[in-house]
Design a protein. Structure first.
Length: 167
């Protein structure tokens, strides 16, 4: 990533191109945050990006959530995840599950999508497989409004990790 001074000085389209992948398939977040420059530090940049998501319409937030892939889902099996998602899921070995493990994730993914209308989203870097499965099962007990907020918090955490990786 360019350093912060370069990001602050970039044309809006270049800023968006550089940071557009921080929020999965949602470059509109970076595009809107560009108008809040200059940023004093990466934490301020992250806060501005998250504020854009917070201020977005419910439909835009839902689209952001729906832009995320299922964990250990068909995109992971096909090797067509974004590089960030592939690295995150691969770091936990979700690309190398046994048939039984894939089936368990598939079953949880289907139940979660049926209940909430978007994929289960978790910042996998802070989990091992067991804690991830426990979180999956616990969050399936949430009501839709609460889970939407939890999912958006997880998206913000993923974005923070991705920004740190770019810095």
């Amino acid at each position: 990533m360019a350093d912060l001074a370069d990001l602050n000085a970039m044309a809006p389209d270049d800023f968006t191109a550089t940071l557009g992948g921080v929020f999965e398939h949602s470059p509109w977040v970076a595009a809107r945050a560009a108008r809040h420059r200059p940023f004093d530090d990466v934490a301020a940049l992250h806060r501005a990006l998250c504020a854009v998501v917070s201020e977005a319409s419910e439909a835009e937030q839902r689209a952001l959530l729906q832009a995320h892939p299922d964990l250990a889902g068909r995109l992971a099996r096909a090797g067509t995840l974004t590089p960030d998602s592939a690295a995150e899921q691969g770091g936990l070995g979700l690309d190398r599950l046994s048939s039984d493990e894939f089936e368990r994730f598939d079953s949880l993914n289907r139940a979660y999508r049926a209940k909430f209308g978007f994929p289960f989203i978790a910042a996998v870097r802070r989990h091992d497989r067991q804690s991830l499965l426990a979180a999956f099962e616990a969050r399936l007990r949430h009501d839709p409004a609460s889970e939407r907020l939890v999912a958006l918090d997880e998206v913000a955490l993923i974005a923070r990790y991705r920004l740190q990786a770019l810095a």
